[in-house]
Design a protein around this ligand. Structure first.
Ligand SMILES: Nc1nc2c(ncn2[C@@H]2O[C@H](COP(=O)(O)OP(=O)(O)OP(=O)(O)O)[C@@H](O)[C@H]2O)c(=O)[nH]1
Ligand SMILES: [Mg+2]
Length: 352
């Protein structure tokens, strides 16, 4: 008699467990990462090679030979009619058209996603045109759309202008655009040759997207959820990111300091930031106390009203070290004024 009761109880419990698991699966925000153009696809390959739990990787390019060597969960050759598989040669309009050709298929692929990262190197044709058109098509949906883009080095003159104009539009189309100015990469990478510096940018974006996705999708030291992310990223315009490592004694303190000092976009006034996302990862020996300290340190730099959101993950590869990412949302940057300043100077000069 007792045995039957126990069996029944066991059955009820396992049914309940199954129901919880099912519910967790249903409410788990689906995450997609879309890479557009050469740089975007290189970032997707970087993530795919390392593996990412909890998100889908989609690579889009007009350049067939580059797409052929890209690693992703799904690859789509866009704009066959517009470019014949040969790339856009820096023409943004062509990039927009190319994306439009395959828009239906892409939107279908993203249908069930609640968080979408769009990543590209601004300044070329495919990535720039494509990200603008796709962000526009996703606008107004209930999805959280986060752009993660790089801005060309200052030596890439024309490309920088194209990129600046695109960034301006993109901040109105995405919820948040995390922008990384390649010119600032020397802060984290030192003086590297051009190609290698781009590789550093790929890694930086790759780590950012992978860490956020995995902290949301899997059990973590401090979980980050969709609601947290939305609270600081929904309709927030421009965001800056800083990353830092630390080791030895006070590794978290050192990593926070490095992250704050290596913001990869010129932010006009950090105390005006709307919100901050702090993500800490460290070896298995990392304690909650260290993580809390990271938050306190960051808050000292910001306005007391700034919204703060957390995430922390253990990464066995970081034994004895800590890695901190600080993302400031709702910021203004001097990059937005760069073009206007030049224009004003030209106007002044033309009077003489
Ligand atoms: N982070 C990163 N940036 C890159 C990489 N390659 C190029 N870039 C930057 O991204 C900008 C755009 O280059 P691509 O991504 O190659 O251009 P695209 O979008 O493929 O455009 P088209 O080739 O004109 O169709 C360049 O001006 C560089 O600043 C890369 O591998 N990683
Ligand atoms: Mg290309």
């Amino acid at each position: 008699m007792v045995m039957v009761e126990e069996q029944q109880m066991g059955l009820v419990r396992s049914l309940e467990d199954e129901r919880i698991a099912q519910y967790a699966r249903l409410t788990m925000p689906r995450i997609s990462v879309v890479g557009l153009g050469g740089a975007g696809c290189n970032i997707i390959s970087w993530i795919k090679e390392r593996g990412m739990v909890g998100g889908k990787l989609l690579a889009l390019n007009t350049d067939a030979s580059h797409l052929n060597i890209t690693k992703a969960d799904r690859r789509i050759l866009i704009g066959e009619k517009t470019t014949g598989g040969l790339g856009c040669g820096g023409y943004v309009k062509k990039g927009e058209q190319a994306l439009q050709e395959n828009l239906e298929d892409i939107l279908k692929e993203l249908e069930s996603s609640r968080i979408i990262f769009l990543t590209a190197g601004l300044g070329g044709g495919t990535g720039t045109g494509g990200i603008l058109r796709l962000a526009e098509a996703l606008r107004g949906s209930d999805k959280l759309v986060i752009g993660v883009v790089t801005l060309p080095f200052e030596i890439e003159r024309v490309r920088r202008k194209t990129a600046r104009e695109a960034l301006d539009k993109l901040t109105h189309l995405c919820d948040t655009v995390v922008a990384i100015d390649n010119t600032k990469l020397v802060r984290v990478a030192g003086n590297l040759p051009f190609r290698q510096a781009l590789g550093v940018a790929n890694e930086l974006i790759g780590v950012f997207v992978k860490d956020i996705t995995e902290t949301i999708a899997t059990a973590s030291l401090i979980n980050l959820d969709f609601v947290d992310l939305r609270a600081i990223m929904e309709k927030r315009g421009l965001a800056a990111i800083g990353v830092g490592y630390g080791d030895g004694e006070d590794r978290v303190g050192k990593a926070v300091k490095n992250a704050l000092e290596s913001q990869l976009l010129d932010v006009e006034d950090v105390t005006k930031a709307y919100g901050v996302l702090i993500h800490v990862s460290g070896g298995e020996d990392m304690t909650l106390e260290e993580v809390t300290k990271a938050g306190e340190l960051v808050m000292r730099y910001l306005s007391p009203d700034a919204k703060i959101v957390w995430g922390a993950r253990v990464n066995p590869e970081l034994e004895g070290r800590a890695h901190v990412m600080v993302i400031l949302t709702g910021v203004d940057s001097s990059i937005q004024k760069e073009g206007r300043r030049r224009f004003n100077l030209l106007r002044v000069l033309s009077r003489f």
